[in-house]
Design a protein around this ligand. Structure first.
Ligand code: RTP
Ligand code: MG
Length: 141
């Protein structure tokens, strides 16, 4: 299985609940390594650009409002099958539909305030990592 990188965001709801560490521990327990990270307050423009793929969707404005409502914790995770592994750890977008034991089942309150973001494919992972991190600030280990 290939070693991959993926972008993970711990969203404002989970940062506000003070569960950054509990979420990062799940990544570490699944053999994903944090190879870059920081806490960041997204500007409206950042959030609009990051989620531009959804700009025609009815939930876009609520999504942007939510993503700027407080700081987020952005990270690059690296490991075997990291993109799908992270998606599996996250659980379904709607926490009511997320499997027991997933991050969203345990920490998310609603489909809007759903605790985490994870890249959904190799190409989006590369683009999303570059959106937040210069290559010189990412440290494979
Ligand atoms: P994310 O991009 O945040 O990792 O979430 P995802 O892949 O599971 O879901 P996606 O379809 O990419 O949607 C991005 C975010 O928009 C919100 N959303 N709301 N009300 C709705 O029907 C709806 N659908 C999506 C969610 O907060 C989702 O995380
Ligand atoms: Mg998505």
């Amino acid at each position: 299985m290939a070693i991959e990188r993926t972008l993970s965001i711990i969203k404002p709801d989970a940062v506000a609940k003070n569960v950054i560490g509990q979420i990062v521990a799940r990544f570490e327990q699944a053999n994903l390594k944090v190879i870059a990270a920081r806490l960041q307050q997204l500007s409206r423009e950042d959030a609009e650009r990051f989620y531009a793929v959804h700009k025609e969707r009815p939930f876009y404005k609520d999504l942007v409002d939510f993503m700027v409502s407080g700081p987020v914790f952005v990270q690059v995770l690296e490991g075997e099958n990291a993109i799908q592994k992270n998606r599996d750890l996250m659980g379904a977008t709607d926490p009511k539909k997320a499997d027991a034991g997933t991050i969203r089942a345990d920490f998310a309150d609603s489909i809007d305030a759903n605790a985490v973001h994870g890249s959904d494919a190799a190409e989006t992972a590369a683009n999303e990592i570059a959106f937040f991190f210069a290559e010189s600030t990412v440290h494979s280990r």
